[in-house]
Design a protein around this ligand. Sequence first.
Ligand SMILES: [Fe+2]
Length: 496
Amino acid sequence: MKNISKKLLCVLLCFCVIIGGAAFSASAEGEATDKVTRVSCTFNGDSKTSRGFCWYTDNWSDSDVQIVKAAEFTGSFDTATTYSGTEEMFRNKFCHKVTVSDLSAGTEYKYRVGDAANNLWSEVGTFKTDDGDNQFSFITIADVQASSYENFAQAACVLKGAIQVLPDSEFTVNLGDFVNDNTNEEWDNYFANFAFSNMNTTFAPVAGNHDGNITNKLNIGVFDSMFNLSNANTDSSTNWVNGVYYSFDYGNAHFAVLNTNDMYPMTQSQRNWLINDMKQSDADWKFVFMHRAAYAEGKNINKPDTIIMRDVLLPLFDELDIDMVYAGHDHCYYRSQQVKGDAVVSNVTYVTENYKGEEVTFAVNPEGTVHILPSTAGTKRYTVHDGIDPITECCAFRMSTRDMGGCFLTTEIDNDKLIVKSYLVDDDTKEITQIDQYAIKKDIGTAKAEESDLKTGTVENAGSFITNFVNAFVNMLKSYIAVLLPQAIRNAFVTR
Ligand SMILES: [Fe+2]
């Protein structure tokens, strides 16, 4: 009996050694041989004091971040503060998240993520907290949506070009569709090629329809598991399914990041959140980042999901005085005029003046919103065609970048001025050309936070996920019948 027990113990010990070794094998020098991958540093709470970190390992390990002020960093993390978080298995890998919320404003930090007990660490990354002043700039790209390592690398060249043009950028926005088929391999390739940015600035990711949601081959919960974001959707039954919506302040601007996967129709809870979120902000500049575009002229603009979304969102943008909406999904460049009530604002005054050595034309205190779709940083590009009324007549500038290159935006806020510039990176030569520019100048310091009629927590919620989905399906059918059927009949008669 004792022999059997000993044998069992030996077998158990061997099993533990094998599993433990596989989970955390160490080299002769005591270095862990597992690798830290998919590292990102995102907005998560107060931009002056908080950040969210997310990364992956193939095997189980603890979740630690070590952070030290860049001014005190000598190449060692001996004096760093260590923060711990959570880990969970997701699609056969381990997802780690740590949130840090006691940082100093306007400070550059060095950090590494991993497992302190087992000396498993990432490369050294860096980020800077918001100093709260009203001068800052940021980079925006959209729709990398690659499958192969080579195509991710080509899209990464576009972001490298953006950093070359705007080296002082304080954060980067990606408007969604990071990947195409949402496989582990694609996400590995995305993070491997974009580590130079995701590890070295603060990142604001937007959920795209290819990034994991109920309509994409049931690849649910992926976006929520790739980044550590402060999810404003507090409904625990649905908040991990389709993506994440959240907001942050930076300088004198407020940014709402929508989840347009959550719009069949856009859930009442997200609508109410957007209204509350924007009304409670007294920021001078108000931005919305979202994946599906309300104004665009690629192939997606005529689809029912987009038409439903336009009906829901455009009145809100008017009511909430949103200055700029940046969106993706339609893979060709589009910039609207100032629009309000789904029509061009007719009485905009422009002034041209010298700004930092350049002649810049500013719209002065304009009414309405400008929508910009920065084509795509990736290689899948659509041709431009006339969209649904009145999108074509609301267009100020549009362009297909097919067979040309990838695009990026630079946005500069300087107190009362906003300047957005659009660039193209040539596929072959990597030459960077500016293709568009728009600027606004307005009286600032007058915006007031309002008490919204809608209170978070007491608002009407769209209910359960199943109810949302059924409503969405019914509305999609209605839209197909109401919008596409008349179009099809008309086209049938017109073409004959
Ligand atoms: Fe998309």
